[in-house]
Design a binder for this molecule. Sequence first.
Ligand SMILES: [Fe+2]
Length: 296
Amino acid sequence: MGKIIAGILAPHPPHLVYAENPPQNEPKAECGWETLRWAYENCREKILEQKPDVFLVHSPHWQTVVGHHVLGLEQFSGLSVDPIFPHLFRYKYDLKVDVDLSLAIAEEGKNIGLTMKVMSNPKFRIDYGSITSCHLMNPAWDIPIVCISSNNSPYYFSNEVGQQEMFKLGEATRKAIEKSGKRCVLLASNSLSHRHFTTESEIPEDMSYEHIYHHGQYLWDMQMLDLMKQGKSQQLLDVLPEFMDMTVAEVKAGALAWMLSALGMPEYPAKIHGYGTVIGTGNAVVEWNAERAAQV
Ligand SMILES: [Fe+2]
């Protein structure tokens, strides 16, 4: 039987890829945002040891109005440019998709009443959120991925309706994974608090300018991380709608609710690999290791 070996809160500020200077990204940096990049390094080392077959990513920057979409072709390549930070992220991607698993998720979603669609346009441009989270978890890109869009229901209806929809999507994802026989890692591609500065320092990686946007946001982030550390997934989800309103949190797009639902609302403690800010937003790399928790 297939299984989810881990779920990762995997934030996607393009600054992190920029600061890593991979050959795929055109702009070059001196350094920057080390606490988060090193958090990714630690997390990825442990996760790759567990030999995943697939990484599944849910990104707020692949927004779909009608239903939830998955990538439905084996390979996508092209140039992904961050619309806000084109001077930091112009990334040439060439990625492999686990189409069988994508189609199975679409099928399971339909079975429980979700509107699901399969993206089969070979020229479709992959969003920078999906690319950044996947790159930072596996820069070698030698493991196929599944990309899932974020439906706009939290924005059109309410935080609560949106999260309920993501719980269903998580259920569909889990069922498809179990039937697939594969070892999977889920990536919830989003930051936490999301108020940010609107001007940039002359040198983007000048860390003397980098700090949380305001103390209230920081306190909210710490409260959320504390619930994760204590394994209180249900309490976390209960306060999520208020957190979204208070901090314009990117979790609104549903990645975290999707992942916690797929993980079966874990009650074991999550591991915080690191917390840091990017242009004032709160970001953490957090791991729920289902496989290791089951061995304890
Ligand atoms: Fe984002």
